[in-house]
Design a protein. Structure first.
Length: 561
């Protein structure tokens, strides 16, 4: 590589580990080594300057706006709150009469002083065995009580990602302060539901196909004749030697972080060898592992208040399920047990793959910010009362025609799968330490959808809740949770939408008057990301402050009216 003192910083960063194979298209191993060596240099520079950048950020989009009451649309959160105004769609648990389910209720339990939905009293499956969902509560913040004032799926998805024009989106803000090889990654492509902006010009890498292979193609595309003229074994050995030479040259230079890198060359070498060893075998096994824990958790039977007794339909409107086939609400037949429908539920599209990708790139230090997605609840075996046929259905998340009883069963299973997948990822991140700090403490996961639902009073379904939005955030930087911020009205919208539903209410003494907008949520999430400047706070102050591992609520959540 030459004398380090005669090399520019750009030359070090741009110089590939595959420089000696420039005439050939890079193999996956060569691309990985190049990415790893770049990451080690960035990390050493960050340590030397005392600027470790923003926390890792993962945004999970649930497009379709599913009902979220069983998961993170929290209504009565304080034991001193007034009782809720009843609406059968705003439910977390099923009511039994004898040995059958006959209705719904909003059931909670007290965890660390917060009233949380019934689902969190359960356990889910991870590769380490059963895990109590209360473990997830310890690291959870719910941000409720905001709205956009406008209808529309794409609009309400994009406004949450980038609520203010002329500044970085939330993901772009995290990328602006990234020290990783790839600042921002999206998989799959969000299309009209995406809204990424970086004021520092950090690129968003939109991945296709196998996302891990697609990501590493940035260092050279695959080709059938990539090994032409030399064996893969020889090329991989040369690539490793060149990557090591690149790091040694930087360690001997006068650039920021060179001394730190010099002290950690042995560790960098070990990590490179591990990377070479696992890139070829990791993907299929990891995706299968995530799919297994997600599906086992969704399909579990015997959950108290959910599927511990028979679910025999009376063929009324409470028993409707909005399915993708024909975009209609079918009524569950009384000749079936609805519990059977979730026994074949499949992992929501792209979730297992996305979490497997997140695990790999975060542990290898390749990526700092990611957009992922979670698809529809599929594989539901439901017998239609109209024709008596058992169909394999997709229950779409735009749940206009899903009634109260199937709504609780299906959304509980769906969010149990999401929680199991996140908890599997969290366990893996806890095992990896950087500078003595585990990766989970350096990661923020946010779950968004376009909106929550506006629930019909007669229990037959729901419509778009663009003024009763909610998002939840999980991070190892949050300890002794859960926490909740944001005010909601006790009353509903009137007409066919009465009862407590999460309608956004103003916050006393807040710098955003009236109903808080998505800027409030973005500002609050940004407060967790450890960026030097929050570009949203002048419009909407963050509702929390994080000092070390102490999260302070600045405006207590209230149930108004």
């Amino acid at each position: 590589m030459g004398d380090g003192k005669n090399l520019t910083r750009r030359g070090f960063i741009a110089g590939g580990a595959v420089a000696g194979a420039a005439a050939l298209v890079a193999t996956p191993y060569e691309r990985l080594l190049n990415a790893l060596s770049t990451g080690f240099i960035h990390q050493a520079q960050a340590e030397a300057t005392g600027n470790l950048g923003a926390r890792n950020y993962i945004n999970i989009l649930i497009a379709g706006g599913p009902m979220r009451y069983t998961f993170d649309a929290w209504m009565r959160t304080n034991p001193s709150d007034a009782p809720l105004e009843y609406n059968p769609m705003v439910a977390t648990k099923l009511v039994r009469s004898g040995n059958n389910i006959v209705g719904t209720e909003y059931a909670t339990f007290n965890y660390n002083g917060v009233m949380v939905p019934h689902m969190f009293s359960q356990s889910v499956t991870t590769s380490a065995g059963a895990k109590a969902l209360t473990e997830l509560l310890n690291n959870m913040l719910v941000i409720r009580g905001f709205g956009s004032g406008f209808d529309g799926h794409p609009f309400n998805a994009t406004i949450q990602q980038a609520p203010v024009g002329g500044v970085s989106s939330v993901m772009g803000l995290a990328a602006d302060y990234s020290k990783k090889t790839f600042e921002a990654v999206e998989w799959p492509d969000r299309g009209a539901y995406g809204n990424y902006a970086s004021m520092s010009g950090k690129a968003l890498n939109i991945l296709t196909g196998n996302p891990l292979n697609s990501l590493l193609e940035g260092f050279g595309g695959p080709a059938a004749d990539r090994a032409k003229g030399r064996s893969l074994k020889d090329r991989n050995r040369e690539a490793f030697d060149l990557a090591q030479a690149r790091l040694r040259a930087y360690s001997q230079s006068e650039f920021a972080g060179s001394t730190i890198l010099s002290k950690n060359l042995s560790n960098a070498s070990d990590l490179m060898k591990k990377g070479i060893g696992n890139i070829g075998s990791y993907w299929d096994g990891a995706v299968a592992r995530y799919r297994s824990v997600i599906e086992a958790s969704m399909r579990q039977q015997g959950l108290v208040g959910i599927n511990d007794v028979a679910m025999i339909s009376d063929q009324g409107n409470f028993w409707r399920v909005h399915v993708a086939a024909g975009n209609r609400g079918l009524v569950v037949s009384r000749d079936s047990d609805l519990r059977d429908s979730i026994k074949t539920m499949t992992a929501p599209g792209s979730l297992a793959e996305g979490l497997a990708l997140a695990e790999y790139v975060l542990k290898e230090g390749l990526v700092s910010t990611m957009n992922l997605q979670m698809g529809d609840p599929a594989g539901l075996m439901i017998k239609d009362a109209a024709d008596g046929v058992v169909g394999n259905h997709v229950a779409i998340k735009d749940m206009h025609e899903t009634g109260a009883i199937p709504g609780v069963l299906i959304t509980t299973a769906y969010y149990r799968g999401l929680c199991a997948g996140m908890m599997e990822l969290i366990e893996q991140l806890k095992k990896t330490k950087v500078n003595g700090v585990d990766l989970w403490s350096e990661t923020v996961i946010q779950v968004i959808s376009e909106f929550n639902r506006t629930a019909r009073t007669n229990g037959t379904g729901s419509d778009h809740g663009f003024n009763q939005m909610v998002t939840s955030v999980f991070s190892g930087a949050i300890q002794r949770g859960p926490f909740v911020v944001g005010n909601i009205y006790r009353a509903g919208h009137g007409g066919g939408y009465v009862g407590t539903q999460g309608r956004a209410a103003p916050i006393d003494g807040y710098n955003q008057k009236g109903m808080p907008s998505p800027t409030m949520a973005a500002s609050t999430v940004t407060a967790l990301l450890r960026v030097p400047k929050n570009p949203y706070e002048n419009l909407a102050e963050p509702l929390i402050r994080l000092n070390g591992d102490q999260l302070q609520i600045l405006k207590a959540a209230k149930l108004v009216g």
